[in-house]
Design a protein around this ligand. Structure first.
Ligand code: FE
Length: 390
């Protein structure tokens, strides 16, 4: 038996935030990040709407990027003190991911973090509160997904938590919030969304329920990302919807090794963090060439749906060329070397990174199985820009 789960309601379009006026409840805690939502006036706007709805509110602020287990536990404690029946998280991926995890420990104070690391092992939620997610970046789509990434800094490990219990009840996809993203973030998060949709479409978990969402998201990213990057408001709005569709697809079809590689290389090198979406954008064409041995027809489907013609093999090649061309337009490097990773450090670390990447939770649904040796070869191709021919 398979399952397909989305939020009960998705409010989208200009002024979607104002739906908060109509929310039923008594007390809402609002979980926020570093302050940009406050700076741009969206927090005050939301608080005004909640006041109109007669809801008492409290803020939990300053969730850091890549939120920690400690922040999650602190937030859960604040929730236990305030006893909200609504949790609202507003911002980029980090505050929303953190709030999803806080929700678990609010409802189940005795539960340990270790006990929810195993995918799809969460206790039944919604005994105390419902969850509303308001996204401000156009990439992670955490407002509609069953995932949350929490970092255990003591162990130096990022844990991707997964369970349909943490799929929000309500997602608010208001383009005005995404209009504040700077160009580089727009490029990276946009390519993250494209990767979500392409990986979901070729995943071993793909289904007739997820395919249309993935294909539509792919079309929209190709149509709107360059203009969104260049500041076009309409394109920015369409990208906010496209990333949400991609999220609906991958929350149910899962991902593949582009994400495994991005997860395990993001913080691996001394030359600096590789932003998630940038890493995905670099790896995507190489992974398509590797996976094509097992999923050529699926990639050709994607290519044909965006107007590419030819044999399956020609379509796959042209799809990779198209992605390369978008990366050029978006000022994204083609290789890890070009990104600035040092050659000696890469060579020293690549074998261990390959083992970690194969062990990543996203590897299981990749269309082609991969060994650590093959992963090392693939990563080496992404470093030097050499052809994937194995
Ligand atoms: Fe991603």
């Amino acid at each position: 038996m398979m399952r397909f789960t989305l939020p009960r309601d998705i409010y989208y379009g200009k002024d979607a935030l104002s739906v908060l006026k109509t929310i039923k409840g008594k007390k809402a805690i609002m979980v926020l990040g570093g302050g940009s939502m406050k700076k741009f006036g969206f927090v005050d706007k939301a608080l005004g709407y909640l006041k109109e709805a007669g809801i008492e509110t409290k803020l939990f602020e300053n969730v850091e990027p890549d939120p920690s287990v400690e922040t999650v536990m602190k937030g859960a404690e604040a929730m236990r003190e305030f006893e909200p029946d609504i949790i609202i998280s507003m911002g980029g991926g980090s505050p929303i991911d953190a709030a999803k995890a806080m929700w678990v420990f609010y409802e189940y104070p005795e539960t340990s973090f270790e006990s929810i690391i195993q995918p799809f092992s969460f206790p039944e939620l919604r005994k105390k509160a419902k969850f509303i997610a308001v996204s401000s970046t156009s990439g992670t789509a955490t407002e509609v997904t069953a995932f949350s990434v929490i970092t255990d800094y003591a162990k130096g490990i990022k844990y991707p938590l997964a369970d349909f219990n943490i799929t929000p009840d309500i997602a608010i996809v208001d383009p005005e919030l995404a209009s504040t993203m700077p160009p580089k973030l727009t490029a990276h998060t946009g390519m993250d969304a494209l990767t979500h949709a392409i990986e979901a479409y070729v995943s071993t978990m793909n289904s007739p329920f997820t395919d249309p969402l993935a294909l539509k998201a792919i079309h929209m990213v190709f149509d709107y990302l360059p203009d969104s990057y260049n500041g076009d408001t309409n394109a920015r709005e369409q990208m906010h919807y496209a990333q949400c569709l991609a999220g609906e697809a991958f929350s149910n079809a899962l991902l593949g090794i582009v994400h495994s590689m991005a997860h395990k290389t993001g913080a691996a090198f001394s030359t600096g963090h590789i932003p998630h979406g940038c890493a995905n954008a670099i790896y995507l064409p190489y992974v398509i060439k590797f996976n094509a041995k097992c999923a050529e027809a699926r990639y050709a489907d994607i290519a044909r749906s965006v107007g590419i013609e030819g044999t399956d093999a020609e379509c796959v090649k042209a799809l990779c060329d198209k992605i390369d061309a978008y990366n050029v337009k978006l000022n994204i490097p083609k290789t890890l070397k070009e990104f600035g990773v040092l050659e000696d450090e890469f060579k020293e670390k690549v074998a261990a990174i390959a083992v970690n990447a194969v062990g990543d939770a996203c590897t299981g649904s990749n269309p082609r199985p991969i060994t650590p040796e093959e992963m090392e070869k693939l990563l080496t191709c992404t470093y030097y820009g050499t052809e994937v021919d194995f």
